[in-house]
Design a protein around this ligand. Sequence first.
Ligand code: HEC
Ligand code: HEC
Ligand code: HEC
Ligand code: HEC
Ligand code: HEC
Ligand code: HEC
Ligand code: HEC
Ligand code: HEC
Length: 466
Amino acid sequence: MSLEAKRVVVALLSFMFLGALLIVAWVEGGKQRIAPAPDIAVSADNQGCVQCHTQSTPSIVKQWEGSHHASLGVGCLECHRAEEDDIDAFRHEGQVIATIVTPGDCASCHADIVEEFSNSHHASAGNILGSLDNVLGEIIEGMPAAANGCLQCHGSKVAFDYDNQGEIRRGPSGAPKFDIATWPNTGIGRINLDGTLGTCSACHSRHSFSTEVSRQPDNCGKCHMGPDHPQIEIYNESKHGIAFRAQIDEMALDSDDWVVGVDYTAAPTCATCHMSATRDLPITHDPGKRLTWTLRPPVSTRMEDWQTKKIDMLSVCNSCHSQAFTTSWYEQYDSAVELYNRKFAEPGVAIMKALKENELISPDPFDEHIEWIWFEVWHHEGRRARHGASMQGPDYTQWHGFYEVAKHFYFKFLPEARELAEGNAAAEAVIEEALSGADHAWLGGLDDATKSQVRDFYKSRYDQEH
Ligand code: HEC
Ligand code: HEC
Ligand code: HEC
Ligand code: HEC
Ligand code: HEC
Ligand code: HEC
Ligand code: HEC
Ligand code: HEC
């Protein structure tokens, strides 16, 4: 933490009273005192907040009491304090506060982390307006679908709720109300009223803000799951996920330092590989720093400066595996991405382009059946094949991945493309060209040796034809 931040904390500590004496509250109805947590330090400014909120929002106070922050004197106001002229500030029990705490507020003590996070793809995940997915979510499905779906992962653009006079609506506490399409929301790239991007509580659940929670794979799994990016499912089926769950007691998840190969060795979690420290690397809040490919677009491309990024990821892997093992594994993975690119993605992109250029389909997305077929081939199935290979989930690579890609490429996409192209020489030529390579030679029929091999396999195993 910065010097400036240290000063803030030291100043706070000097204002502290012993929380044990102060956090005393009568629980309504129960007539029973809530025991104060032993090692909490509450500054004078925060006494009111803590005392009163022990009744109005008891769990928030409890979660905060258990936090590292509470033991260091970082109280409610250190995060919720606002300036009089902040756009979302309101007067509350003698203090000026804001409800939404942004990375800008955390930056007063965690400046380096906020800067690193702000330069990551996570922070810009709210900028999805121009994407095909967004046409689906906001237009074809409808705005409330996007507000409760897409934006809860990607982040909303926070806005106020206005009445007919153009005034901001306010709740009983005087707090401004927010447009329900935009808040509550802890999407990872939320666009905040103060111009900052993202939410730290996407991973650091409030109000414990514990690293223990953020190191858990399920923490990432809120967003990294489902048909188009099933990272948590892949992890769970991988040897790494199995080793993690079987040996969770050996993971030292609550340790202050958490260096792989030093503080724990049983298994890597998502955080281990993408964010946490190794013997050579510090923690990073930019999970793109260790990736060589981007697996999101129809055709995968190399990340900028990917050779350096690979060295960083190898620093993780080689905390547990040998150099020879991980180098070979990378070749195995690269070969899967290259196969997908060459055999399915590049031909698919070329064919879709030809259909559009020859006006056989309209320039609008999703108004023709073939656009839905192609979208699912690359956006769902093609990603699953690549994601499965990248994180050792063989079932996702194969049955949820390449199998679906092959089936739908050959038996949905191509027949539909051929029908649309019929009679258009230019488009027909593109389709034939796309299928001319050795990868697609099997369409002309298998050779006799392969055919008899297949027949003999079923005969010898089950004594029947396949
Ligand atoms: C005398 C009691 C009292 C005190 C003191 C108090 N609060 Fe509150 N606060 C409340 C109540 C009641 C609510 C409304 C709770 C609800 O809506 O369930 C509230 C709401 C809030 C909200 C949410 C506002 C919204 O609706 O968006 C925040 C944030 C908050 N308080 C923070 C603080 C902080 C920080 C302090 C210390 C400066 C503080 N409170 C002091 C009683 C209090
Ligand atoms: C480390 C910073 C931090 C501290 C300390 C902190 N808060 Fe918060 N608080 C947040 C963040 C972040 C949010 C989430 C706001 C959002 O993005 O919607 C939040 C949200 C809230 C909310 C509204 C959301 C809800 O779940 O109801 C209330 C009320 C609140 N805090 C009260 C408190 C009180 C009372 C304390 C002290 C006991 C406190 N906070 C301490 C960061 C903090
Ligand atoms: C007034 C200063 C201050 C503010 C504001 C603040 N923190 Fe902290 N935070 C600290 C200090 C001091 C520590 C302990 C030293 C460290 O780990 O850097 C800490 C520790 C943490 C930790 C590690 C906790 C653990 O379990 O070890 C997390 C996570 C964290 N802060 C997140 C946040 C987030 C997110 C915000 C904004 C919503 C925030 N902090 C706002 C001072 C602050
Ligand atoms: C369950 C959380 C979740 C939901 C819901 C969700 N996404 Fe995503 N989205 C993600 C994640 C995680 C990624 C990154 C996947 C990866 O890197 O493999 C992503 C990737 C994307 C990308 C690719 C960004 C790039 O850099 O290429 C776009 C665009 C996108 N989503 C838009 C949307 C839209 C629009 C919706 C709603 C129709 C939506 N998403 C719904 C979590 C979600
Ligand atoms: C994608 C999830 C994610 C997001 C978003 C995130 N963090 Fe973290 N953060 C982590 C993980 C995981 C760790 C634990 C790393 C470790 O100890 O191996 C961590 C650790 C920390 C720590 C403790 C660092 C230390 O040296 O021990 C602080 C402080 C922190 N984060 C602050 C923030 C702040 C501030 C933000 C918002 C700008 C933020 N984090 C956003 C996942 C996240
Ligand atoms: C609240 C939702 C959310 C959570 C939680 C989340 N992510 Fe993400 N993540 C996303 C979205 C959305 C994207 C895609 C951003 C884009 O391309 O616009 C993404 C992208 C990524 C990327 C690709 C980065 C790049 O530069 O290409 C990695 C790696 C990643 N996340 C890892 C993690 C890990 C590890 C965790 C948990 C510690 C985590 N994420 C938690 C939503 C989330
Ligand atoms: C053993 C280390 C390891 C673990 C554990 C791990 N990953 Fe990965 N992850 C990787 C590697 C390696 C890649 C591919 C990197 C490359 O292309 O060079 C990757 C790729 C990714 C990507 C990029 C996908 C894209 O579309 O470009 C995301 C997002 C991601 N992982 C998220 C996660 C999440 C979430 C978890 C936990 C559920 C997780 N990872 C667990 C090593 C790991
Ligand atoms: C914290 C230690 C640790 C880290 C870090 C780690 N692994 Fe592993 N890995 C394991 C363990 C444990 C196994 C299971 C060994 C077994 O079952 O015999 C394993 C198994 C594997 C397997 C075999 C998968 C299978 O299904 O048989 C591959 C491949 C692999 N790891 C690759 C990687 C790569 C690549 C990285 C870095 C991106 C990595 N590992 C990082 C501990 C780790």
